[in-house]
Design a protein around this ligand. Sequence first.
Ligand code: MN
Length: 199
Amino acid sequence: MKKNKSLAAYRARRNFTKTHEPKGRTQKTSKVPVFVIQKHAASHLHFDVRLEINKVLVSWAVPKGPSTDPRVKRLAVLTEPHPLQYARFEGVIPPGQYGAGTVMVWDRGTFKNIKMKDGKKVSLKNCFRNGQIEVELKGRRLRGGYVLLQFKKEKNQWLLKKIDDQCADKKMNVVTRYTTSAITGRTMQEIAQEAKAHQ
Ligand code: MN
């Protein structure tokens, strides 16, 4: 097992004797890239959108969460890359620790890179570098095309937007429609209570 250097910022912020979040020492790559969206009740409630790129989960904090309406642009702030194992993390980050609060796996699945330029596919790595990501999500709740676009000046600020395709839905509020975990069916409150019971 090797240490993954791109996870240095992730590790530096966490005390693994106190938090149950994964250390992420392994570099296993999935055959098909995975994504996860975690609902995170930290000091401010937000959604963390994470896409597998280059053996890590490249991560954005999206204060308002994703939308299925292609007219809606959501601010997505780039944060530190997380280990692939984080896609399975659901629980409570203890008080006083970085990101303290309840974490729910709100959606999870695989995705396909659909970014093309001059008739050719652009690699995910280059899409990320260029600040123009286009993916087709195959989650339980989010499906179809989404774009992530980097701001020109504020490099850590991106926009998340639904592509207008068959999966687009202008009427649904996907964030209020689904309030339980995609993997355990638990509410935020249930995740918090069960973590307390196991302390
Ligand atoms: Mn977060």
